[in-house]
Design a protein around this ligand. Structure first.
Ligand SMILES: [Zn+2]
Length: 470
């Protein structure tokens, strides 16, 4: 394939040839070979394929057929009640996502029963760690009031709440897995060629499922799969494979902390050491100051390995940022949260923590490797909108959220172009010999950088193959 007159690395306009999955030649002018596909870029920017360094594929695919139960679609108890009430006509499970207590407080089975009782309902809190089930759902799942299951009981009675146990729910619901074609194509249309699935419960079964989805052509992106200790000995493909087709690798062991129920400290330290034995990095979910303090303590005690990650780093005051830098950790942030959730952060987050929310610039200035991601489905799978939020630091209502943390458009793009295996390290460049993971935009960088959210990829290549053409 010959791409004519593309602007690369924010500067020169060149002709570029893709062959055998790689960028084969770059020159001011290249002659088309016989039968070669020719794409006229007309001076539009050609950037490295984007990487979303933290999302959850199965939930993202499932969320497409789910009810939105929280902001920005639903704001009040009455709205949610009406939305649920309207489902009474259908049949089968109702799956809700994105619930937040600002809508109707700490809802339980009784609250849902009041509005929808003739279909099994499960509603996920937007933080991803809580499901609330109605009474029929408990019945359908075969839950016994006195049973030995992980559901919450208050005064001996099931509240309908299930914390931190997606695996139990999945087992009870059966093994049906969502089709990934829709989300994969959507991401390809945004120029995304690589993904990290950060689900903490990923095990061998999930890895096999994802690999098969790639082999069927349902999942078009290269994939790094985080997960639990059960992936320590799972047959890994070599990280530095030379074949473009080799596109699924096992990533860090994920530790999912929750401030209210922090795990046994010694066990976490032992878990880190165990990951080392399997030559794995570790990644810690840290959305509060206390979770970050706990994590840094454990890592200091058990030892850091280059490539260990802090996911989210939602609240990072200066002394903890300094410790992250000192320990040599990588931070994987979600700049899109500032746009999508900024208004509720400004109301709900303590004043002391406000300046330290989803910091970006401070990490870059301190030399901490910083990568970007969506955390979809907990935010939209829209990397260009997330990049624009990194530049403007504006909430949906247009309020400023930590303006000092704003990045330049080029820095924002770099968050999404470092390799999956080294997030936050040197971003990809369009150069001869590079794997042809590329995204051709519809305008030159000078105009694209004015509003990244409006960027429209025209063509996405993964390993030299077209995975999306607009
Ligand atoms: Zn996540």
């Amino acid at each position: 394939m010959l791409i004519r007159r593309a602007e690369i690395n924010f500067s020169v306009v060149v002709d570029l040839r893709v062959a055998n999955g790689r960028v084969a030649a770059i020159a001011p002018q290249l002659l088309a070979q016989d039968h070669e596909t020719v794409i006229e870029a007309n001076g539009a920017a050609l950037v490295p394929g984007l990487r979303d360094h933290h999302l959850h594929l199965a939930s993202l695919a499932a969320s497409r057929s789910s009810l939105r139960c929280g902001p920005p679609q639903v704001h009040t108890a009455a709205q949610l009640a009406a939305l649920l009430g309207a489902q009474g006509e259908g049949c089968g499970w109702v799956r809700g996502i994105g619930y937040h207590e600002s809508v109707a407080g700490e809802i339980d089975r009784d609250w849902i029963d009041c509005h929808l009782s003739n279909r099994p309902v499960r509603i996920q809190h937007r933080g991803g760690r809580l499901w609330v089930l109605n009474s029929l759902a408990l019945q359908v799942l075969g839950v016994d009031e006195a049973g030995a299951d992980p559901l919450e009981r208050i005064g001996g009675r099931l509240s309908g709440r299930l914390y931190d146990n997606d695996r139990w729910l999945r087992q009870r619901l059966g093994r049906e897995r969502p089709n990934l074609a829709g989300v994969s194509l959507h991401l390809a249309s945004r120029g995304v060629t690589g993904l990290t699935d950060a689900s903490p419960n990923n095990g061998p079964e999930e890895v096999r499922w994802l690999r098969q989805a790639q082999q069927r052509g349902e999942l078009l992106q290269e994939l790094l799969v985080m997960g639990d200790a059960s992936l320590d000995d799972f047959g890994m493909e070599p990280a530095a494979s030379d074949t473009v087709a080799s596109s699924l690798r096992i990533g860090p062991r994920k530790f999912h902390l929750h401030e209210a129920h922090l795990p046994d400290y010694e066990q976490v330290c032992a878990g880190i050491r165990q990951a080392r034995q399997a030559a794995r990095n570790v990644a810690f979910h840290c959305v509060t100051r206390a979770e970050l303090v706990y994590t840094l303590g454990a890592l200091r005690e058990a030892g850091v390995s280059a490539g260990d990650r802090i996911e989210h780093a939602s609240v990072t005051p200066p002394e903890l940022l300094e410790e992250i830098r000192e320990l040599g950790l990588t931070v994987v942030s979600q700049p899109g949260f500032v746009a999508e959730r900024g208004d509720s952060y400004l109301e709900a987050v303590e004043a002391d923590d406000q300046p330290w929310l989803y910091r970006l610039r401070a990490f870059v200035d301190a030399g901490v490797p910083l990568a970007g991601s969506s955390d979809a489905p907990f935010a939209e799978a829209e990397p260009w909108q997330a990049m624009q939020a990194a530049v403007t630091r504006r909430s949906a209502a247009g309020r400023s959220v930590g303006a000092a943390e704003a990045l330049s458009p080029e820095q924002a793009l770099a968050l999404f172009t470092s390799p999956l295996d080294t997030p936050g390290q040197a971003p990809g460049r369009v150069e001869v010999g590079a794997v042809a993971d590329l995204c051709l935009l519809d305008a030159g960088w000078k105009s694209v950088r004015l509003d990244l959210a409006a960027a429209r990829p025209r063509l996405t290549l993964r390993g030299g193959q077209v995975i999306w053409a607009g």
